[in-house]
Design a protein around this ligand. Structure first.
Ligand code: GAL
Length: 365
């Protein structure tokens, strides 16, 4: 028997094991939930929602990564700051840095909770483009930063051809962006070459743990022009060196990944900053591809702008269904950015569909 997803304000019917999506987004203390660009860890029957603490005014990270817990996805207790910024000058996570899109996974071998997030260094805008990793012995933290940096320095992506590797394209020859020649060069790995030695850029990101326990870091790389999928080591704390690039020059970000009946699905956004755009969707029979593009999964009014939201995570529910999570950014006060959570339905061909109707009162099975 399938569970039903209904809104708090939807009609309450007699249903078993109902999951209700919050509409007020307040924690049990009555405070607005401050957990943006986040994701949910399921551990021992409880949900832990990690996200960016954002200030009421301004942009940079003043506090760190927040954590909330829940037994039902509706009532959220504030667990405090899971990873705090540092007061030490020059520290990688010094107050005033930018921490974005944190995701936490549990490693059964090491019994550690491992958090990855996008880190920008204080005062350097978005140029650092680092992936950062922090660990904890408990789900709620405190997490300790273990390292941050670019991805897989010195290593070519597995799916870059011998010819592309040999081409050694140089950005000095392609100073003007968005020309057809430049786009072709990006597709052939212009920025992979530029960043080979120091490592690939890593901005918007998510994590995915497969059924065999292998974990992957999926991130916007190459100046946000190309997504990369990198395998993590068995302890989930570093990259294994194995990675691919997908949809080069496709300009995709805010990636989410999930697997349904053997097919890997990725829902992400285009790159328009805080402004919403039409979501993109891809699928593959293996995480290593081949990946193919589908139309947006969103249906109904406002679907062309993803209902004003930008993807952040897809939560696999214990009963086999999936919950799509997104942010409705409010750049004038990021703290009060909203949340859009909707169940994912699969059409008769097994293709994901996301519409607002389904969140209101899904029919009981
Ligand atoms: C968006 C991105 C967000 C944040 C923002 C900053 O494109 O998805 O995570 O980085 O830009 O402008």
């Amino acid at each position: 028997m399938a569970l039903s997803l209904v809104s708090c304000q939807g009609k309450q019917k007699e249903k078993k094991a109902e999951i209700v999506i919050p509409t007020e987004w307040k924690d049990t203390g009555g405070e607005y939930i401050n957990s943006h660009g986040g994701g949910i860890l399921t551990y021992e029957g409880k949900y832990y929602w990690f996200g960016e603490h954002r200030p009421a005014k301004g942009f940079a990270t003043e506090v760190g990564v927040n954590c909330y817990s829940s037994e039902n996805l509706r009532v959220w207790n504030y667990e405090g700051v899971a990873l705090s910024v540092s007061d030490e000058e020059g520290n990688e996570i010094e107050k005033g840095c930018i921490m974005e899109r944190p995701k936490v996974i549990y490693n059964a071998k090491t019994r550690k909770f491992v958090m990855w997030f996008h880190l920008e260094l204080k005062g350097r805008g978005y140029e650092a483009a680092r992936a950062a990793v922090a660990v904890s012995d408990t789900p709620t933290g405190p997490y300790r930063l273990i390292h941050s940096g670019r991805v897989n320095p010195g290593i070519y992506p597995e799916n870059m051809t011998t010819e592309e590797r040999a081409a050694r394209l140089d950005t000095a020859q392609y100073r003007e962006w968005w020309t057809p020649e430049w786009t072709e060069a990006v597709q052939r790995g212009l920025f992979v070459h530029r960043d080979l030695e120091g490592g690939q850029m890593s901005r918007d990101m998510t994590l995915y743990v497969d059924d065999d326990g292998k974990a992957y870091h999926i991130y916007s790389s190459e100046e946000n022009l190309t997504l990369q999928i990198a395998e993590l080591t068995d302890d989930y704390q570093s990259h294994s060196g194995r990675y691919i690039r997908i949809f080069p020059a496709g300009h995709n970000e805010a990636p989410t990944l999930f697997k349904h009946e053997g097919t890997y699905w990725m829902i992400c956004s285009g790159c328009t900053g805080w402004a919403p755009n039409e979501a993109r969707m891809f699928s593959a029979p293996s995480i290593w591809g081949p990946w193919k593009q589908h139309p947006t999964p969103f249906a109904g009014e406002g679907a062309d702008k993803t209902f004003g939201a930008q993807s952040t995570y897809v939560l696999a529910l214990p009963d086999g269904r999936f919950l799509f999570m997104a942010d409705i950014w409010k750049p004038e006060s990021l703290m009060y950015s909203g949340y859009l959570w909707l169940p994912i339905r699969f059409d008769e061909n097994g293709v994901p569909v996301i519409s607002k109707e389904e969140s209101i009162d899904a029919p009981a099975q």
